[in-house]
Design a protein around this ligand. Structure first.
Ligand SMILES: Cc1cc2nc3c(=O)[nH]c(=O)nc-3n(C[C@H](O)[C@H](O)[C@H](O)COP(=O)(O)OP(=O)(O)OC[C@H]3O[C@@H](n4cnc5c(N)ncnc54)[C@H](O)[C@@H]3O)c2cc1C
Length: 372
């Protein structure tokens, strides 16, 4: 029987890796979370919409459907306990033409099948009564949706891990793992103070580096590493008063939920993200995209003034599908997929990964406990 430096190592201190570390630490395991950057939460978790998703869209029985609803139900109480800011503002999924009505009705039906609470279908007149200025012929109301402070959330997760005796170590990139005879892994981490350690359990949650990290684990079958696609989305910010209180979402675009409206916690109106496949991590926002944003947003907000949008920020989704291909589920790969006992490798944790994070952590911890 091996003696280990830690029960568990989690690679990546984004929302998902920290939530995995929290779930494991809560169960009394000694946990180390390794983060390559100098601070936590600098990856996908800092370049998104910060929306708490209700769980409306995802196919029945999928991990996304189950973990988004469970994650959201766990998230609000967690934010309350840790005094992290959020606004449960609710969301309107809007049809702006008769042709879209069947699409939003299908979303309402899927939401109910997923167990999302409080879904109501309303007329265009009722939607305008809730949000004057909105163009809608019909809408679906999701009262459980909201916006939150994702950085405050990640700091609270870090605090919980440290309170339980675990460590979140920044500036320490995971570089290699080798399975040990009798179970567990020897891990090598780089950075300014390179270090080796042994751990019984290994969880990889490195966002856009999921494929690269899996390739550094000895014995991980190359055929089981899914291809990575970068799905970039950009945002534009409104100069002027935020026009709506609710989140406003048109029906989804192929491959993503698409450009929506939110009033962030600071009260500013933000539109985005679109979806464009790119070949490299590039977070620039092309001002020329504004024309497409004006046209798209005016479908649901005809009052958008000329000249009111400015380029804001961009995020990149760690996608497992290319353009035109069906959007796959999250992958939470255990030994059945890759053959390595004690290892869970996460792939394709795009939206709704932030909302689902606490439930992903629980799922990972339960699977590891069941296998031990
Ligand atoms: C444009 C956009 C909008 C989105 N909007 C929403 C939304 O509104 N609501 C929602 O629920 N979800 C949303 N998502 C999805 C959500 O942001 C992600 O699913 C989630 O943040 C993923 O978290 P993560 O911890 O897996 O990845 P990350 O946050 O990227 O964390 C991975 C971490 O691993 C680190 N790392 C990488 N390689 C190594 C290594 N070798 N060693 C150590 N550390 C390493 C990285 O530095 C990083 O900190 C959106 C995503 C995008 C791109």
């Amino acid at each position: 029987m091996n003696e280990f430096d830690f029960d568990a190592c989690v690679v990546g201190a984004g929302a998902v890796g920290l939530a995995c570390g929290y779930a494991l630490a809560k169960r009394g395991l000694s946990v180390v979370v390794l983060e390559g950057e100098r601070a936590i939460g600098q990856g996908v978790s800092s370049r998104n919409s910060e929306v708490v998703h209700g769980g409306l869209y995802y196919p029945t029985g999928s991990l996304k459907a189950r973990l988004c609803v469970a994650g959201r139900r766990a998230l609000y109480p967690f934010l309350d306990v840790h005094k992290v800011a959020y606004r449960k503002c609710g969301k309107l999924v809007v049809a702006t033409s008769d042709a879209e009505i069947a699409r939003i009705e299908a979303i309402a039906a899927q939401a109910r099948a997923n167990g999302v609470e409080g879904i109501v279908e309303i007329s265009g007149a009722d939607a305008r009564a809730m949000e004057p200025g909105l163009n809608a012929v019909a809408a679906v109301v999701s009262p459980q949706s909201g916006v939150f402070d994702s950085h405050g959330y990640m700091l609270a997760l870090q605090g919980e891990i440290e309170d339980a005796g675990g460590a979140v170590v920044t500036g320490t990139p995971f570089e290699a793992a080798r399975p040990l005879e009798g179970g567990g892994f020897r891990i090598h981490a780089g950075g300014e103070a390179p270090t080796d350690m042994t751990v019984r359990l290994l969880v990889t949650a490195p966002g856009l580096s999921a494929q690269a990290v899996a390739a550094c684990i000895e014995g991980f079958p190359a055929a089981e590493i899914p291809k990575l696609h970068y799905g970039k989305g950009v945002y534009f910010r409104l100069t002027g008063r935020a026009p709506f209180e609710h989140l406003i979402y048109p029906p989804p675009i192929p491959g993503a939920l698409g450009t929506h409206y939110r009033k962030d916690l600071g009260g500013q109106a933000v539109f985005g993200p679109d979806l464009a496949y790119v070949e490299a991590e590039d977070y620039s926002v092309d001002p020329a995209k504004a024309a497409g944003f004006y046209e798209y947003v005016r479908h649901f907000w005809p009052g958008l003034p000329d000249g009111a949008l400015s380029p804001d920020y961009a995020g990149i989704r760690p996608k497992l599908h290319g353009p035109g291909e069906p959007q796959p589920d999250f992958r939470i790969d255990g030994p059945q997929a890759h053959g390595l006992a004690g290892l869970i490798a996460l792939f394709g944790i795009e939206s709704p990964g932030l909302t689902s994070s606490l439930a992903i952590g629980e799922e990972v911890a339960k699977r590891l406990a069941a296998a031990s």
